[in-house]
Design a protein around this ligand. Structure first.
Ligand SMILES: NC(=O)c1ccc[n+]([C@@H]2O[C@H](COP(=O)([O-])OP(=O)(O)OC[C@H]3O[C@@H](n4cnc5c(N)ncnc54)[C@H](OP(=O)(O)O)[C@@H]3O)[C@@H](O)[C@H]2O)c1
Length: 238
């Protein structure tokens, strides 16, 4: 029996580099994985690689679309044990004045609104689950922004604040019990994949986090006590 047999984990941003690694590790650990993304073609390619993967297309910046998604998953899979929120996107420039309104609209939709919508939609399912888990991947920049990354850093900082509020809700909803729910923030400098290494053989990627290592940490969320994990900000950059 695998660690995650019988559990249903929703991975949002599933077709991105971290999402592909997370879906693969969660499937290998025995979970039923619902892979959510924008592009049907990228999701179909992922489903071809991972037998048994459930795929769902949705614009997660649209609250009604997320509520409809949650209803479909409840109807189809019957439960939700995890929400691994890996929706990304980056915009920035080389000066403070380069933080444009258009970039803020993009980043607040992809990094904040998608998190608000999915956690609000799945909150009660995760509280009901025997060990509900929610995780996001934040960036060093949230705590140490550069001038040109103000939009990005502010959006990531807001996402972190939202996760802290979710952790507070889990603390009171599940009384900090060992098998209660937990909300966790992973913090990285940047991600690296095998493809990136192959494309730049001379580059060392210092401080980068391999998507495989991140995926392993995601699977391990179900091995730790909720009371210890809930509200944690776990730095993965080396
Ligand atoms: N990459 C890094 O170096 C780095 C650094 C710090 C933190 N992070 C964080 O780590 C996480 C994973 O990073 P990543 O590089 O794997 O992510 P990513 O490729 O930037 O984004 C993942 C996926 O999010 C989907 N997405 C974007 N907006 C969406 C929406 N409104 N509705 C539904 N799906 C949407 C995209 O789907 P489509 O392609 O189909 O549009 C994309 O495939 C992200 O939260 C990111 O912010 C990454």
């Amino acid at each position: 029996m695998s660690t995650l047999d019988g559990r249903v984990v929703v991975v949002t941003g599933a077709a991105g580099p971290a999402g592909v690694a997370a879906c693969t590790a969660l499937r290998t650990a025995g979970a039923t994985v619902v892979a959510v993304g924008h592009s049907p073609a990228r999701l179909a390619a992922l489903a071809d690689r991972l037998p048994g993967l459930v795929v769902e297309t949705a614009d997660l910046s649209d609250r009604d679309a997320v509520d409809a998604l949650a209803a479909r998953i409840r109807g189809g899979q019957g439960r939700v044990d995890g929400l691994i929120h890996l929706v990304g996107g980056w915009r920035g420039g080389d000066s403070f004045g380069a933080n444009t309104e258009a970039d803020w609209q993009f980043l607040s939709a992809s990094l904040i609104d998608t998190l608000r919508h999915t956690t609000l939609a799945f909150h009660d399912d995760l509280v009901r689950a025997p060990a509900g888990r929610v995780a996001i991947v934040s960036a060093r920049a949230a705590a140490k922004p550069s001038a040109g990354s103000a939009n990005y850093a502010a959006a990531k900082a807001a996402a972190e604040a939202w996760m802290s509020a979710l952790a507070d809700s889990f603390r009171t909803s599940t009384s900090g019990s060992e098998d209660g729910a937990a909300a966790v923030i992973f913090v990285i400098k940047a991600l690296v994949t095998d493809q990136m290494r192959a494309e730049s053989p001379g580059r060392r990627f210092p401080g980068f986090t391999d998507v495989g290592d991140l995926a392993d940490r995601i699977v391990e969320l179900w091995e730790a006590d909720a009371a210890e994990l809930n509200g944690a900000r776990i730095t993965l950059d080396s």
